[in-house]
Design a binder for this molecule. Sequence first.
Ligand SMILES: [Fe+2]
Length: 334
Amino acid sequence: MFARSMAPLGGLFLVLLVVAMASSTVPFSSAALPRFEQPIKSDGSLSLLAVGDWGRNGTFNQSRVAFQMGRIGDDLDVDFVVSLGDNFYEDGLTGVDDKFFEESFTSIYTAKSLQKQWYAILGNHDYRGDVLAQLDPALREIDSRWLCMRSFIVDTEVAQLFFVDTTPFVKKYWKTPNKHHYDWREVAPREKYVSNLLKELDSALSESTATWKIVLGHHTMRSVSDHGDTEELVERLLPILEANGVDLYVNGHDHCLEHISSNDSPIQFITSGGGSKAWRGVFDPTVDKLQFFYDGQGFISLQLTKSQAKIVFYDVFGTVVHQWSAAKNFNFFM
Ligand SMILES: [Fe+2]
């Protein structure tokens, strides 16, 4: 345990140092979104895994998915891992001393290849617990891989990743929470929070010169599964993505794997919410072009260079069930 926690500690210091440095160098208009610098490989490539909807003590095949993530992570020599929210079921963490953190994260994702930085965002189930605990740097003393924030940007030489806190967008969590309690500390009032976030994101995206612009959130934008499209995101977030030439929107929330292409823009909608419990048995057609839908557990990898992007979808056995790639042309002599 001690050795595992110590290994990535140097990386954490680097990240924190970069944040401190970046905060003094980014333009004022987007200064509110924390930025992290992620180095790429010496061959100019970057690879990562993304998984959502996972923390269940290893049950519902969480451990099997984790094992295959470790195997694929080794094959691709991944640079980091992304968690797309709903990190701890059913109701997030109770505090920074909640053993569920170690039982569902540290003790599950044990493969050597996964001992990298994890960039995590929050899902609706995380908001049902002590949100401030999941965001608390004290968790990094337990497992130094863990970095969870509401909204932030990861800068790399080949791509920029814009992580967006989508749960506060969804009105029903505020208006009709039913038996659930949502932890809106440091978020309420909703409209001010959402408006500011959209303004900051729009500003950061418009300033971006990255080859690949990737936006990541917990909630679906387009989905043929149980939760379907998230109306508030389609109305307010999607126009910003379209206006700024975003290539990918990657989410969890629906417990499946999906690839849907926009009819109106180059945006690819990617769902990777198969980290544990799956098989909802729901299928509703989408207004956009469905490329792939798998109702079971799994995860995705993303491999990027300045000219190419490749997404691979894996099931619980680590079998490739779908892949998609795109290229952008450059005049390297200019
Ligand atoms: Fe969710």
